[in-house]
Design a protein around this ligand. Structure first.
Ligand code: AR6
Length: 174
């Protein structure tokens, strides 16, 4: 069965999905942006659990529980900071999406929501990031079993437009 990829504009902390992805930093100790919003909504137990994970490399992801969030799990992915070798940054961003799908599958998730990783504080151009995200997801979802719904949870209409354009460029819906 094919996994559907949909684009919405919402606060990711409100979504009733099996897992949400966090745009985290290598320390996994919280921060601003979506990371800050997730930590505020999840409550202090999330920071306690994250601190025990010994950080995370760029392009990789680690899992915690959702604590007070409606989502059961948080998959903390560390996106690249934009600048320098652009192809390498594309590769690291794609890796975040691929590893998050693998983690979600490992948890038997049916639904998974992503923020636009690296497009805030980390400065990745949003149109380029959307194309990388959609390309990596289409590839990663080919081999998936449990995932039925992948949500690209954008925080602005502009971000959603980039993701819709990327989906249209690479084929319909999912
Ligand atoms: N729901 C969905 N998307 C959101 C939300 C939300 N509640 N809040 C912000 N966004 P950013 P990065 C969007 O900066 O660029 C943190 O300090 C936002 O509009 O959160 O990967 C971490 O600790 C943007 O489109 O993440 C790291 O240090 C997207 O989420 C660093 O920022 C990502 O923006 C990571 O930077």
């Amino acid at each position: 069965m094919k996994t559907e990829i949909e684009v919405i504009v919402a606060d990711i902390t409100t979504l009733e999905v099996d897992a949400i992805v966090n745009a985290a930093n290598k320390q996994l100790k919280g921060g601003g942006g979506v990371d800050g919003a997730i930590h505020r909504a999840a409550g202090p137990g999330l920071l306690e659990e994250s601190k025990r994970l010994n950080g995370c490399e760029t392009g990789d992801a680690k899992v915690t529980g959702g604590h007070d969030l409606p989502a059961s799990w948080v998959i903390h992915a560390v996106g690249p900071v934009w600048g320098g070798d652009k192809d390498e940054k594309d590769r690291l961003l794609a890796s975040c999406y691929r590893v998050a799908v693998e983690k979600a599958e490992g948890l038997n998730c049916e639904s998974l929501a992503f923020p636009a990783i690296s497009t805030g504080v980390y400065g990745f151009p949003p149109d380029r990031a959307a194309r990388v995200a959609v390309g990596a997801l289409r590839e990663a979802l080919k081999g998936c079993d449990s995932l039925r719904r992948v949500i690209l949870c954008c925080y602005s209409e502009e971000s959603a437009a980039h993701h819709r354009a990327a989906l249209d460029d690479t084929g319909s819906g999912g």
